[in-house]
Design a protein around this ligand. Structure first.
Ligand code: NDP
Length: 535
């Protein structure tokens, strides 16, 4: 296609255009900056999509605010009922969504269906059925001010912004959109410039269900579009992306005092303990390392294998990788699809070259695949150590590096020797031992004898510690976090006209309070005893 530009030059041009702070009329189509991507599956051009300008983002914001006011007034049961209709429409259109995902990302059809469409359908059902319970008033017992009572209630925030990456371009943004809507907010999504089409497809399905159009809007664009969204007056941002972008986005949110959730990178370790089931562990490593071509923040990114099982484990991994089918997911049912973002291939090559120069052995793969589209062989490296970049930097591609260790303690220390802490995996036949190890790992989630699946358990909190970010998506608290938590306090009984705690102060009242301090708070004073008995 004549107008296809490299992603970098397109990014630069689009950012220049979007960065203008002067409100401008909507650009005529011919003059607009466009997102022009090639399908990673076969290199063919995908539908071009206009970049949303800052002025248009502000317009979207105004419309979202108006739609949100009416939506927030609706009883939660009714909002839930409408979200279930949206869920049903997603299920009805599953094949269409899968087709778009496969074209736009090159991922296998099974993964598009299970990891994207099914995850969203399940999450929509769970939160729609539980929103009323999760967002109900919560009483707070007061241990000291016993003459009064408190409760908290949850009010929608307003307009929530969602900025999302390209690796799960349906599940990640929609997993934020649905709880935000249920909580009574409007939502504006800025999808990755690499994968705008699936977000637009989701928007079409949403509109087809009769839900108010402006309640959920999609603003395709680049970094500048994301920046414009933060500046447009959103009440909260859910950001998913890389650590460095996350720093810039968090700073922009800080400047506007916009609360944000930061879902950033991962470097998930898998600890194969000396008593692990070698077959299951090998299969877990191959699946967790290579599904979505390793482009998941919770991919298995490094393996610490105990010396006792290291050699048979590596042999089995090599055999299993040899059986994987790689290719164009739009043509057949393959296991390993394309690399969505071509730059990741350069990253993979650099990491492998660095590791090999420092003593790593290539057990499988190691090279880009020369065919139309973007492909890299599933690669396994052994004899790795923490002097290699591949053990320390996020890979985001189909590479699994393996290091031999001598003890659980060594594996834990190496797993924690990272600036990231999103997911981790422990494999052992002993549940007690695995849980003991799991609790020592610095990560937002640790999964025992399985991989990746916690993102699909939407009632559990998902998010990172360290530089993997802060805040959580999923879990009941994430729905509450889409709201302003408001506290109301009131008297249990009629209050006296003259309150002894208020003015005027006197030396007599001071003496009474001073004596009270000793009786009530010292040692096992009355208030302390009550506080201890509180639930
Ligand atoms: P990026 O950080 O490059 O981009 C994420 C999003 O931010 C994109 O929509 C991007 O737009 C947008 N953006 C870029 N610059 C700005 C800016 N200045 N202001 C506002 N928005 C901006 O991440 P990738 O898309 O490359 O995704 C890969 C990363 O995402 C990996 O590090 C991965 O670990 C992480 N990730 C984390 C997950 C988690 O839950 N913790 C889950 C999945 C991925 P554009 O695309 O146009 O540049």
């Amino acid at each position: 296609m004549a107008t296809v530009t490299s992603l970098d030059s397109r990014k630069k041009k689009a950012i220049e255009a979007g960065a203008s702070s002067t409100p401008a009329p909507v650009d005529p189509p011919a003059a607009r900056n466009m997102l022009r991507n090639l399908s990673p599956a076969d290199g063919e051009p995908l539908t071009a999509v206009p970049v949303t300008t800052a002025n248009e983002v502000r317009g979207a914001m105004q419309r979202a605010k108006r739609a949100q006011t009416a939506w927030a007034r609706m009883p939660i049961e009714e909002r839930a009922e409408r979200i279930l209709r949206f869920r049903d429409a997603i299920v009805d259109n599953a094949d269409r969504l899968v087709d778009t995902l496969v074209r736009e990302t090159g991922k296998p059809r099974n993964e598009a269906l299970l990891h994207e469409v099914l995850v969203v359908a399940d999450l929509a059902g769970y939160f729609a059925h539980n929103a009323k319970r999760i967002l109900s008033h919560q009483d707070i017992s007061l241990h000291f001010l016993v003459h009064r009572k408190s409760y908290v209630h949850y009010a929608p925030k307003g307009v929530i912004g969602v900025i999302s990456p390209w690796n799960f371009p349906f599940a990640i943004p929609m997993g934020d959109v649905i709880p935000a809507l249920l909580a009574g907010n409007a939502v504006i999504v800025k999808p990755s410039e690499v994968t705008p089409l699936i977000a637009l497809e989701a928007k079409k399905i949403f509109d087809s269900t009769g839900l108010p159009e402006d309640l959920f809007q999609v603003i395709p664009g680049d970094g500048a579009t994301g920046q414009a969204l933060i500046e447009a007056g959103i009440q909260k941002l859910i950001f998913t992306g890389g650590v460095e972008t996350g720093r810039r986005v968090a700073a922009a949110c800080g400047a506007k005092l916009v609360p944000c959730v930061m879902e950033l990178g991962g470097k998930a370790p898998l600890l194969a303990l000396s008593d692990c089931d070698i077959e299951r562990t090998a299969r877990g490593i191959v699946y967790g390392g290579f599904c979505n071509s390793g482009q998941a923040c919770i991919s298995v990114e490094r393996v610490y294998a105990h010396r006792a099982i290291h050699d048979p484990l590596v042999r089995r991994i090599r055999e299993l990788v040899g059986d994987l089918k790689q290719g164009d997911a739009s043509k057949s049912f393959i296991d390993i699809g394309a690399i969505i973002f071509p730059k990741q291939i350069d990253v993979a090559e650099a990491l492998i070259a660095d590791a090999v120069s420092k003593g790593a052995e290539i057990i499988a793969g190691g090279e880009r695949v020369h065919r139309a589209g973007n492909y890299f062989q599933p690669t396994v490296l052994s004899e790795c150590h923490h002097g290699m970049n591949v053990m320390r930097e996020e890979i985001f591609g189909p590479i699994v590096p393996i290091q031999r260790v001598d003890s659980d303690e060594e594996a834990i220390a190496l797993a924690n020797d990272s600036h990231l802490g999103l997911n981790a995996y422990v494999f052992s036949k002993s549940r007690e031992r695995a849980l003991r190890v799991a609790e020592k790992i610095e990560a937002g989630s640790v999964v025992v004898n399985d991989v990746m699946l916690n993102y699909g358990a939407c009632e559990t909190p998902f998010g990172g510690i360290k530089e993997s970010g802060f805040g959580r998506v999923h879990g009941d608290d994430s729905l509450r976090e889409m709201c302003d938590k408001r506290h109301v306090n009131y008297g249990r009984m009629p209050m006296p006209s003259r309150d002894p705690l208020w003015f005027p102060y006197s030396s007599t009242s001071y003496k009474i309070f001073s004596k009270g301090l000793d009786v009530l708070f010292h040692g096992s004073g009355l208030v302390q005893r009550i506080a201890k008995r509180m639930p």
